[in-house]
Design a protein around this ligand. Structure first.
Ligand code: AMP
Ligand code: ZN
Length: 467
């Protein structure tokens, strides 16, 4: 499999450090509000990478953190008159609900910064001891001048970076690019004791500490949105490589932005849509499908039209699968015919091209196109004479590809009241038998109002939820 490595600015063959195992770290959200659909992109695309690696037989150790202390969390807590952990706990719970809705698998470990303070203090102490960091008035900074490699991920050199930064007269840093590892508390802020001051960690150090603790000195894959390349990931590299004396990451992966009117969607711009509000209009599986419909590195716009189009595309897949299911549950013959056997062999092409696309830097857009080719094939080749085995095999093969993408294909039972629907269908059949067609039509309309379509077929009445 090839992955685009931001460090090398090219696609490279993926070879993990240890055979059959993948150590993967994805930077998680800062929890001071509901997550927006931009934040959902790394959730979904890197979960899909994990699922695909698992499908390829790798054992994936997937770590994703929660930043549960920061200025924005403290500000929100002050606005509400509660402590910071009330805010963090609330939005961690909400983020978990959103992740579950999006069918994102639970990380192997999901650490929180405030539970890792001891590790953070020991890494900072070590960096000071080795001369990579220095203390000033209770603050600790990373000394970028002492790091020849600084800028290697974002491809900027230090002089260039420094010339772009305004230097404050009262600046306590030695160099403008030095970044904070520990900051002393301000009045009323939460704090932890440390050798330098009562205070809290800077943002970047948490990921270096958690990555080392849960995955070791060198990771196979480290991922996040492209806004994290600089300074966050650059600073993680600086800290980790100084502390561990080893390469920090083999493959750096970054997703492109979700935009609104060609501007990055972000909380600070105020142009964001939370997943929660979107989910009132579109089910989560449509959101996941929309996010996977383009390549993860391309920027994508968020619009109602694109969501509607995702909804109808996903609907086509679901309808095909439900037709297949009906076909094999009600087939008149069981065993494959010779012709069907030949057709089944032809289907292997769809899986092959799906895998080729996924192997090419996780090209989910093309992989989905292969699923549609498969759906067209099924729609053309399945009919009421198909054997049960044939329809079922096709069903399973399409479903397998959807599962790799984490696309749910079953209509969830809580979405429809199966018992009520079946009772209405039975009543309608009775009405038809009694030649009470007005009643039969009324029942059909009642079902339609519930979004349920019924069809009279030679094998009996079938129903499905309208997509
Ligand atoms: P944050 O909570 O801002 O730290 O973001 C959590 C994750 O979402 C990070 O990986 C960000 O890079 C990513 N992210 C934030 N905004 C967007 C966006 N508009 N499009 C894609 N990814 C984003
Ligand atoms: Zn991080």
């Amino acid at each position: 499999m090839k992955l685009y490595n931001t460090m090398k600015r090219q696609k490279e063959e993926f070879v993990p450090i240890e055979d059959g195992k993948v150590k993967m770290y994805v930077c998680g959200p800062t929890v001071y509000d509901y997550i927006h659909i931009g934040n959902a992109r790394p959730y979904v695309v890197f979960d899909t990478l994990r699922r695909y690696l698992e499908f390829r037989g790798y054992d994936v150790n997937y770590v994703q953190n929660f930043t549960d202390i920061d200025d924005k969390i403290i500000r929100k807590a002050n606005e509400e008159g509660v402590t910071f952990d009330v805010i963090a706990d609330r939005y961690i719970k909400e983020a978990l609900k959103d992740a579950e809705g999006l069918n994102v698998k639970k990380p192997t470990v999901a650490p929180r910064v405030t539970e890792e303070i001891d590790g953070i203090i020991s890494m900072i102490s070590y960096l000071i001891e080795k001369g990579y960091a220095y203390e000033k008035n209770g603050s600790v900074y990373f000394d970028t001048e002492n790091d020849e490699d600084y800028g290697k991920l974002s491809k900027r050199d230090l002089d260039q970076l420094e010339s772009g930064v305004r230097i404050d007269v009262d600046e306590e840093k030695k160099s403008p690019m030095d970044f904070i590892l520990w900051k002393p508390k301000k009045e009323g802020e939460p704090y932890w004791d440390s050798p330098w001051s009562k205070g809290r960690p800077g943002w970047h150090i948490e990921c270096s500490v958690m990555a080392k603790k849960y995955l070791g000195d060198t990771l196979d894959i480290h991922a996040g949105g492209e806004d994290l390349i600089f300074p966050h990931h650059e600073n993680e590299i600086a800290q980790s490589e100084a502390a561990n004396g080893k390469d920090f990451v083999r493959y750096w992966l970054h997703n492109g932005f979700i935009k609104v009117d060609n501007k990055k969607m972000s909380k600070s711009e105020g142009n964001f849509f939370t997943l929660r509000e979107i989910s009132e209009q579109f089910p989560y599986d449509v959101v996941r499908f929309y996010l996977l419909s383009s390549h993860y590195r391309s920027p994508i716009n968020f619009s109602r039209e694109l969501m509607l189009s995702a909804e109808s595309s996903l609907g086509r897949i679901k309808t095909c699968l439900s037709n297949l299911k009906f076909a094999f549950e009600n087939a008149r013959t069981k065993e494959l015919t010779e012709e069907e056997n030949t057709l089944l062999k032809e289907c292997e092409e769809f899986k092959k091209s799906f895998i080729e696309s996924m192997d090419d830097d996780l090209n989910t857009a093309d992989a989905i196109a292969s699923i549609f080719d498969f759906v067209r094939f099924a729609n053309t080749n399945i009919n009421e004479n198909s054997s049960a085995e044939f329809s079922q095999k096709i069903y399973e093969k399409i479903k397998e590809l959807c599962d790799i993408l984490g696309i749910e294909t079953e209509v969830k039972s809580e979405e429809v009241d199966t018992e009520k629907i079946e009772q209405l269908i039975a009543e309608r059949s009775e009405a038809k038998k009694a030649k009470d067609f007005a009643r039969a039509d009324a029942i059909r309309n009642e079902l339609l109002d519930m979004g349920i379509v019924i069809e009279d077929t030679r094998q009996g009445v079938r129903w499905y939820k309208e997509s």
